[in-house]
Design a protein around this ligand. Structure first.
Ligand code: TMP
Length: 213
C-alpha cells in the first residue's frame, strides 16, 4: 500500500491518479482509493465530514468519524485488494488523522495512536509520500476548485500552517516509511520524483510519464 498525503491543495489527487496510470501502464495490478471514503459506507461518512460549517464537529468527533470510515475502508477495500496481490494507492490515510486532528487539532498524537491501535491494529502502509508546500500556495489552489466539500479548507490559514508543520514532523520521525517531496513545482516534476522514490523503494522500473489516453 502506497499513501500520498499532505495539506489540502498539495496536488495529491492529480499525483495519485497519475501514479495509478503509471502502475497500470506497467502491467501491474493496482487500485486507487481515498480517505475519508474509499468504500460505499465510508463515502457516506465522508459526506458528513467534508460539508457544512467548520465547527459542526469537534476534533474528537472528527477523529471518531475518520476512524469509523477508515475501518470500513480497510475491511471492504484495502485488505481485500492486498489479499488479491494488488497495489493499493490511497489519496490520504491515517497520517491525516495524526496531522489534522492529533497535532493541528488539540487532541495530541497519543490519543490518535490509542484509537489507531484499537481500530486498525498493527497494519501499516509500505510507503507514505508526503507532498509538502507552503499552505498559502496550497490553499489558493483549493479556492479555485469552488466545490462544496470545503469544511476543512475553511478552518483558516493558522490551522493549515499547523497541519503542514505536523506532516513535516511526522515524516521526520520515520525516514524508512515516509518520504517528504517538494510539491511546489510543476506536476510532471513532482510526478517524476514520486515515481523515482517508488522505483527505489520497491525495486521497480516504472516510467514517470503516464500514457495519454
Ligand atoms: P480531501 O480534501 O483530501 O478529500 O480530504 C477531505 C478533508 O479531510 C481534508 O481537508 C483533510 C481531512 N482529513 C482529516 O482531517 N483527517 C483524516 O484522517 C482524513 C483522512 C482527512
Amino acid at each position: 500500500m502506497i499513501v500520498i498525503d499532505g495539506i489540502d491543495g498539495s496536488g495529491k489527487g492529480v499525483q495519485s491518479r497519475r501514479l495509478l496510470q503509471i502502475f497500470l501502464d506497467a502491467g501491474e495490478s493496482a487500485i486507487l482509493t481515498r480517505e475519508p471514503g474509499g468504500s460505499p459506507a465510508a463515502e457516506d461518512i465522508r459526506r458528513l465530514l467534508v460539508k457544512g460549517e467548520p465547527q459542526k464537529w469537534d476534533d474528537m468527533t472528527e477523529l471518531l468519524l475518520m476512524y469509523a470510515a477508515r475501518r470500513s475502508h480497510l475491511r471492504d477495500t484495502i485488505w481485500p485488494a492486498l489479499a488479491e496481490n494488488k497495489w493499493v494507492i490511497s489519496d490520504r490515510y491515517a497520517d491525516s488523522s495524526r496531522a489534522f486532528q492529533g497535532i493541528a487539532g488539540n487532541l495530541g498524537l497519543d490519543t490518535v495512536e490509542r484509537i489507531h491501535r484499537l481500530v486498525v491494529g498493527d497494519f501499516e502502509p509500505a510507503l507514505v509520500i508526503i507532498l509538502d508546500l507552503p499552505e498559502t500556495i496550497a490553499l489558493a489552489r483549493t479556492e479555485v476548485r469552488g466545490d462544496d466539500e470545503d469544511r476543512f479548507e475553511r478552518k483558516g490559514q493558522d490551522y493549515h500552517s499547523r497541519v503542514r508543520a505536523a506532516f513535516r514532523q511526522i515524516a521526520a520521525t520515520n525516514p524508512s516509511q515516509y518520504r517528504l517531496i517538494d510539491a511546489d513545482r510543476d506536476i510532471a516534476e513532482v510526478g517524476a520524483d514520486i515515481t523515482q522514490t517508488i522505483n527505489a523503494q520497491f525495486a521497480l522500473q516504472l516510467t514517470s510519464v503516464p500514457a495519454t489516453r
